[in-house]
Design a protein around this ligand. Structure first.
Ligand code: HEC
Length: 154
């Protein structure tokens, strides 16, 4: 009987979560409909063409893979390894510095350099092994991903 009650409680809980998720989904759909322009891409084009397109996108896929690795390592308390990845993959390496300057767009370059600087700050925060400070630094780094993607396209 106790077991049954517990099972019912768990199911009720799950149903609650599902309802909440559905509600959230509806809200997002609703928001979308308010954005009449949502089908139009109003971001600034960098005019990227040729092999540089693929080069930039593969760089970007490495960025998202780095974030994924960092989050996983943080969950395992492997802060030193996470710090190494932050510096090597997200930090302001000479490679990244020249990449950000290649698009003849000062604002893109400024955002890109600020992003990579925040990657190094993230590496430093992880080095302290302070979970909250590291999460705040990760949030600041990801804010740059969001901001640049909202502003620029290829
Ligand atoms: C300074 C600008 C800038 C920053 C910062 C930036 N990106 Fe991007 N990213 C771009 C641009 C431009 C594109 C191409 C988007 C388009 O043309 O629609 C892109 C595309 C991507 C893509 C798509 C890749 C593909 O194969 O289609 C991913 C994934 C991505 N970025 C991840 C990230 C992540 C994760 C971060 C942060 C850790 C990040 N980016 C930071 C500019 C930036």
């Amino acid at each position: 009987m106790k077991g049954l009650l517990a099972a019912v409680a768990v199911c009720a809980g799950l149903a609650g979560i599902q309802a909440a998720v559905a509600e959230e989904g509806k809200m997002q759909m609703g928001n979308h409909q308010h954005h009449d322009m949502s089908m139009m891409d109003t971001r600034i084009s960098l005019g990227v063409s040729g092999p540089m397109k693929q080069h930039q996108l593969s760089n970007m896929r490495e960025h998202v893979a780095a974030i994924k690795s960092i989050v996983g390592l943080m969950a395992e308390q492997k802060f030193d390894e996470a710090s190494g990845i932050a510096h090597a993959k997200l930090g302001l390496t000479p490679d990244m510095q020249s990449m950000c300057g290649m698009f003849n767009n000062k604002e893109f370059e400024r955002l890109g350099l600020a992003f990579h600087k925040s990657g190094d700050d993230l590496g430093d925060a992880l080095q302290t092994k302070d979970m909250n400070a590291s999460l705040r630094a990760l949030n600041r780094t990801m804010q740059h991903c969001v901001e640049c993607h909202a502003t620029f396209r290829q």
